[in-house]
Design a protein around this ligand. Structure first.
Ligand SMILES: [Zn+2]
Ligand SMILES: [Zn+2]
Length: 130
């Protein structure tokens, strides 16, 4: 009996010749773990079950959840690697503006506003396209 070490698989899509697979027909790809000491793979007939599972990013090796969109490439990368433009550069002026807004709305001094809260508010603003 081999003891399986629990880890988050690093999913990549492979095209085993044995299955008559080729990168031209993505539907024949098999999702397998890229880690050297792991032989895990998702059999073709349940390949869709990879969706929604945790995987390690093939670029930054952070954990992320596989989505259909991210599974569009053979070596899926996480959302922040796939969409670096979403990772907005820190805007000090905006940060101050939002922080002051929150403080004013609440009628409390600036020091009482947590940075994390400001970041969250900025994120919401951007998501709403403001
Ligand atoms: Zn694995
Ligand atoms: Zn990544």
């Amino acid at each position: 009996m081999t003891r399986k070490k629990q880890h988050t698989h690093q999913y990549v899509r492979t095209y085993p010749h044995a299955f008559g697979a080729s990168p031209i027909d993505k539907t024949k790809g098999v999702w397998a773990c890229a880690l050297p000491d792991c032989t895990h793979f998702m059999p073709h007939n349940v390949a869709d079950m990879v969706e929604g599972k945790l995987s390690l990013c093939n670029r930054c090796f952070e954990k992320f959840v596989l989505t259909r969109e991210l599974m569009g490439i053979d070596k899926p990368i996480c959302n922040s690697c796939a969409h670096p433009e979403d990772q907005l550069p820190f805007d000090a002026a905006e940060f101050m503006e939002v922080k002051m807004n929150i403080a004013r709305k609440r009628g409390v001094p600036l020091e009482q506003i947590e940075d994390a809260e400001v970041h969250a508010a900025i994120e919401t603003r951007h998501r709403m396209g403001l």
